[in-house]
Design a protein around this ligand. Sequence first.
Ligand SMILES: [Fe+2]
Ligand SMILES: [Fe+2]
Length: 341
Amino acid sequence: MSIKEKIAHSMEFPPPTPQPNVYPLSWESHTQKMEEIWEASQREYWDPAKLPWDTFDVNSYSWEEREAIAYWWTLLSVFDASAPPVFAAAMIKTYEAHEEDAVRRCFFSVTRDEQNHEQLCGMAITRLLDHPDPLTYEPKTELGKAAQKNAKWLYYNGGRYWDGYKQAVPRYSLAVLFSSFLMGEIAAATIFHQMAAGCKEPVFKKGFASIGRDEGRHMAICMTLMERDYPKLPQEDREVITKQIRAGYLFLSAVLFEPPEDFWDLPSDFISNQRKIEAVARTAGFHIPDYDTKKQNWREAILNLKGVLDKFDIPFPAIPEVDISGQEVNDVHMEDIIPVF
Ligand SMILES: [Fe+2]
Ligand SMILES: [Fe+2]
């Protein structure tokens, strides 16, 4: 039947609308915890433009320091700048799936929060480099040149996962997507709380504290949905989740730890350059955890996640890089990635 063919004159009620239809005409509420998280997101909303930017004197830093700190924000942007479209796609899925009203609102709040995180990355980079784009910026120092080369490779790598993600969203249930999101949120909450605690510059300290609080809420959203859905999770979904956790480790290690060589396609001087850049940022009062602290933190975050998945009998992948044993998962590619920050 063509869409233009009118039927209303021939029957009293229309035929059922084919599903999934993007709009639910229902506002179901079954998960009280979700309502609480939504309310918190309304209360805790913040505006990156209203951070104390007037206290930030970029000229108190040398050009090397500016480029080093901007590099870290650029590294973060490789993850955070893709978060708004990634969560917007997940939000559309909550509508298609006719999720509970509060679940739809919570995914809206994550999309909105991630937009803020991305904005903050842009505000920091633009001020530090006096230029709105780290890839077209003209480096002032040798360190800045190395930083830009690294940034270009990170950008190239991150650019490979969007197509895979777009294919994954319709293919997997929300329950599977949550486990990947949770990985990103646990990682994000961990790093931002540390950055906030150690950072000397007030505007960054405040920004990190706000992002960390947002990420904690995002984590709670994922956990609440897992508690709702995982007791009845089908077997094939469990297997996908195990693989996604391993993929999430490989992907997020680039910002939480160091990018694993077999997964990221990076030049041989990438890691040594990054270590040099981070050391300069650290000395300038921009608190990036050192190698051992990063490793320890990442391990703890992953063990937290393992604790959650163990409860639901979902096999955990082996992550020997941080001394976690489990099921062997090989052959993970950038195209298989779901997790975001
Ligand atoms: Fe974020
Ligand atoms: Fe997040």
